[in-house]
Design a protein around this ligand. Structure first.
Ligand code: GLA
Length: 383
């Protein structure tokens, strides 16, 4: 990322005094659509993120310039003075969610840009929220703990961006640690860092460059299905608070009470819980074959049961299988974006070349390729 460009634009628009903050996107090895079901996720922060130059301006207004959109927005700090630009609502939402919790950030000027691809399932929006949540907390000494910073980002998605997301993306963006994945229990928010250095393997993302317009409403609908299935199970088993607490047997008991669709969604979530646990056990033994096998299992579930895949993602998954890639699956919310692939080093070149060629032949454009580098979470840059 060209930090000097951000600094120079800031200086030309707002003056010389500034600080720069960044927060990254994330990958997730396994545990998809489990966060809002009280299950486990296994993300890590990546070396791509949002970078913002920022300085208090002594008013109660926010003046923001997005380098990527080449657009300026000016807005206040209450609901009557909200921005119309969708990118600015992420910043406004963070400010409002802080205020709702009793914290009092003041006005500021900012210029920001990012190198985390938009809509590719790498959480560019969480990176944006986390950058501003972290920065405002630091600048105004608000004393908000890191979990609450993540929740502020999550509530911003819920209340200002229309996505009823879980906590995984904001958590990973704030808590990320170089070389480590994090296993988070989303019911209790307990987590552990796992050193992740799969010797002899590479982790690579293949981006379909497909963005699905209806992704957020479809995402919210998946969540409703899960909550409905969970409510039926909980009526018989009060100990079940989240769908991830339920077993397949419990789901079978309510099969005739819920729609076939809700049943399939719940089946995926309950299956995914076991796959995450299998992967954790396998990682401790360095058993990457099992890790990869469960990744394929997740892809199947997300494609056939949860139905959040698409032709392009399924195609990439098939190619991975054909090329002998150890593990491959759609990553993140789905409906487009990337597959995450665990591939033996000696197969890497052949796999990438084959995937590019075949994908282009079928869909008329190349997938993008991103090597995964697990990096640190939200921070202030030393200028
Ligand atoms: C999106 C959401 C997350 C999570 C994933 C799916 O990235 O923001 O909270 O639900 O989808 O695992």
């Amino acid at each position: 990322m060209d930090i000097n460009l951000i600094k120079n634009i800031f200086k030309s628009l707002f003056g010389n005094e500034l600080r720069v903050y960044t927060s990254p996107g994330r990958v997730n090895l396994i545990g998809e659509h489990t966060d809002y079901n009280g299950g486990f996720v296994f993300p890590g922060a990546i070396d791509k993120g949002i970078y913002a130059a920022i300085n208090p301006n002594g008013t109660y207004k926010i003046r923001a310039y997005s380098i990527d959109y080449q657009a300026k927005a000016e807005f206040g700090m209450n609901e009557d003075d909200a921005p119309k630009e969708s990118w600015a609502r992420y910043i406004f939402g963070v400010v409002r969610e802080m205020q709702k919790r009793g914290f009092e950030p003041k006005g500021f000027d900012t210029v920001f840009a990012g190198d985390v691809p938009l809509g590719a399932g790498m959480s560019s929006s969480a990176a944006l929220e986390s950058t501003f949540a972290f920065a405002l907390n630091d600048i105004y000494n608000l004393g908000i703990d890191k979990f609450e910073l993540a929740r502020i980002g999550q509530s911003t998605e819920h209340n200002y961006c229309g996505v009823k997301c879980g906590i995984m993306d904001q958590f990973a963006s704030i808590f990320g640690k170089k070389g480590h994945l994090m296993r988070l229990n989303c019911a209790t928010m307990e987590f552990e860092y796992f050193q992740f250095d799969p010797k002899g393997y590479k982790v690579v993302l293949l981006d379909t460059v497909v963005k699905h317009e209806l992704a957020s409403s479809a995402y919210n609908k998946r969540r409703e299905s899960c909550e409905n299935a969970c409510a039926h199970i909980a009526a018989k088993h009060p100990e079940v608070k989240y769908l991830s607490d339920a077993t397949m047997l419990m789901l079978e008991e309510v099969k005739n009470e819920i729609s076939q669709e809700d049943y399939m969604r719940a089946k995926y979530v309950i299956g995914e819980k076991q796959r995450v646990l299998d992967v954790c056990a396998a990682l401790e033994k360095g058993d990457y074959e099992t890790v990869g096998d469960r990744m394929y299992g997740t892809h199947y579930g997300m494609s056939k049961e949860y139905e959040v895949s698409c032709d392009e993602l399924d195609f990439l998954n098939d190619i991975a299988k054909e090329c002998g890639v150890t593990g491959s699956r759609v990553m993140g919310g789905g409906f487009g974006g990337c597959t995450i692939n665990l591939v033996k080093e000696e197969l890497y070149d052949k796999f990438i070349a084959t995937a590019k060629e075949k994908f282009n032949k079928k869909f008329g454009h190349y997938p993008k390729v991103y090597d995964v580098v697990i990096s640190d979470g939200a921070r202030k840059l030393n200028l």
